[in-house]
Design a protein around this ligand. Structure first.
Ligand SMILES: Cc1cc2nc3c(=O)[nH]c(=O)nc-3n(C[C@H](O)[C@H](O)[C@H](O)COP(=O)(O)OP(=O)(O)OC[C@H]3O[C@@H](n4cnc5c(N)ncnc54)[C@H](O)[C@@H]3O)c2cc1C
Length: 321
C-alpha cells in the first residue's frame, strides 16, 4: 500500500480575529521542538490564555497539544491551529477536605511531574503512581495515562471538558466516563480543561518511596536518555506486552534511516541522533505490525497518536502484507 503524505501547513483560514490575537499568542513553530520524539514539521501554535476564546478556536481546524510525549508528527507539519493551553490552565488548588480526603482541582496545562511533586509533599496519595510518565494533566487524562500500578482516571472524581461539536465547557462525573486501558472513553477531539481528584492522606515518605521506585524501574528498563514517544504500541493482550513480542520477533536494534527500535525496550522507537524523519519511524511501525501479524497472527495497534502521517499506520496489518 502506498503512503500518502498530507499537506504542508496552509495560510490560516479563517484568520484569527484581532480580539483573539490580542489575548492569545500565535507563533510559527517547528513541532520537532515541542515533541519528545523530536520529529515534526512547522505549525501555527496558539497559546490559549482566555476561556472567552474557546468558541472561536474550536470553530477553526485545530489540534490540542500537551507535552508532545505521545505524538508522531509528519515532517511537513500540520495545517490549522495547534493549540497549547496557557498559564490560565496551569493551575492547582485545594477545593475541600472531607473525612481526611482532599479534593484538588488541577488545570489541564499543569505538568504531571509537578502535580506528583506537590501531592507527595502534601501527603496526598494517588498521583505518585504515575511517576515517570511525561505529560500535561490534559494529555494524561485524554490517554488515561498509567503505569502497572494505576491510571490517572482512577483518582479523578470529575473532569471538565469541551465535547466535540460543542464550544461550552461542562463537568462530567468520573463514573460516567467509559474509561479503559489508554483511553478516557470520550470521543476523539474532546478538550480537557481541568479535573478534580480525591486524594486520601498518606505519609509523604511512603509516597516519595513509591515515586522513586517507579522512576528507577523505568530508568532501568526504558531508553530514557534518547528522544522517543514512549511505548509505540498498546499491549495486544495483558499476557503479551508489545515489547516482549517485538523482542521475540528479533526486531530490537533494527534501524531505518535515523530511527531505531530500542535495544533496551522493544516497544520504544528512538531517534538517537535527532535526525530521524517521521517516515523512518513509520517504516519501522509497518515492519513491526506486518511481522507480528504474519509470524504470530497478532494485531498490534499504535498507542502513540499520529498527526499528518500516512493513514496506513492505523489499518489492520493484514492490509499491509
Ligand atoms: C519516555 C516516555 C515514557 C512514557 N511512559 C508512559 C507510561 O508509563 N504510561 C503512559 O500512559 N504513557 C507513557 N508515555 C506516553 C505519554 O507520557 C502519555 O501518553 C501522556 O499522557 C502524553 O501526554 P501529553 O501531555 O504529552 O500529550 P500529547 O502527546 O501532547 O498529546 C497526546 C494526545 O492528547 C491530546 N491532548 C493533549 N492535551 C489535551 C487536552 N488538554 N485535552 C484533550 N486532548 C489533549 C493531543 O491532541 C493528542 O491527541 C511515555 C512517554 C515517554 C516519552
Amino acid at each position: 500500500m502506498s503512503a500518502t503524505w498530507p499537506t504542508t501547513p496552509s495560510v490560516l483560514s479563517p484568520m484569527p480575529t484581532p480580539d483573539l490575537l490580542s489575548r492569545n499568542r500565535l507563533e510559527r513553530v517547528r513541532l520537532a521542538d515541542l515533541t519528545t520524539m523530536r520529529i515534526g514539521g512547522p505549525a501555527d501554535l496558539l497559546w490559549l490564555e482566555d476561556r472567552r476564546d474557546l468558541p472561536e478556536v474550536i470553530e477553526q481546524p485545530h489540534r490540542w497539544l500537551g507535552k508532545g510525549a505521545n505524538l508522531l508528527v509528519g515532517d511537513d507539519g500540520v495545517p490549522g491551529l495547534v493549540v497549547k493551553l496557557g498559564a490560565a490552565f496551569d493551575t492547582m488548588e485545594t477545593v475541600g477536605v472531607v473525612g481526611g480526603v482532599t479534593t484538588v482541582r488541577v488545570g489541564a496545562a499543569f505538568d504531571l511531574a509537578k502535580l506528583i511533586g506537590a501531592t507527595v509533599k502534601a501527603g496526598l496519595a494517588g498521583p505518585e503512581g504515575l511517576a515517570g510518565v511525561p505529560a500535561t494533566v490534559g494529555g494524561a487524562l485524554r490517554m488515561n495515562a498509567g503505569t502497572n500500578t494505576t491510571w490517572i482516571l482512577d483518582h479523578a472524581t470529575r473532569v471538565e471538558v469541551v465535547l466535540p461539536g460543542t464550544t461550552t465547557p461542562r463537568w462530567i462525573e468520573r463514573a460516567d466516563l467509559p474509561a479503559a486501558y489508554r483511553t478516557c472513553g470520550l470521543p476523539s477531539g474532546v478538550l480537557f480543561l481541568s479535573c478534580e481528584m480525591a486524594l486520601p492522606s498518606e505519609d509523604p515518605a511512603v509516597l516519595q518511596a513509591t515515586a522513586t521506585r517507579l522512576k528507577q524501574a523505568k530508568a532501568a528498563t526504558q531508553p530514557l536518555a534518547q528522544p522517543s514517544a514512549g511505548c509505540v504500541f498498546k499491549n495486544p493482550r495483558p499476557d503479551l506486552p508489545a515489547g516482549k513480542l517485538i523482542d521475540e520477533l528479533g526486531l530490537k536494534g533494527t534501524r531505518i534511516g535515523g530511527a531505531e527500535i530500542s535495544t533496551i525496550h522493544g516497544n520504544f522507537i528512538i531517534n538517537p541522533g535527532r535526525s530521524a524523519f517521521a517516515g523512518d519511524v513509520a517504516a519501522l511501525v509497518r515492519l513491526i505490525r506486518t511481522k507480528a501479524w504474519k509470524e504470530r497472527g497478532v494485531e498490534v495497534n499504535m498507542e502513540i497518536e499520529t498527526w499528518a502521517c500516512p493513514a496506513d499506520l492505523h489499518v489492520h496489518p493484514k492490509e499491509l502484507v
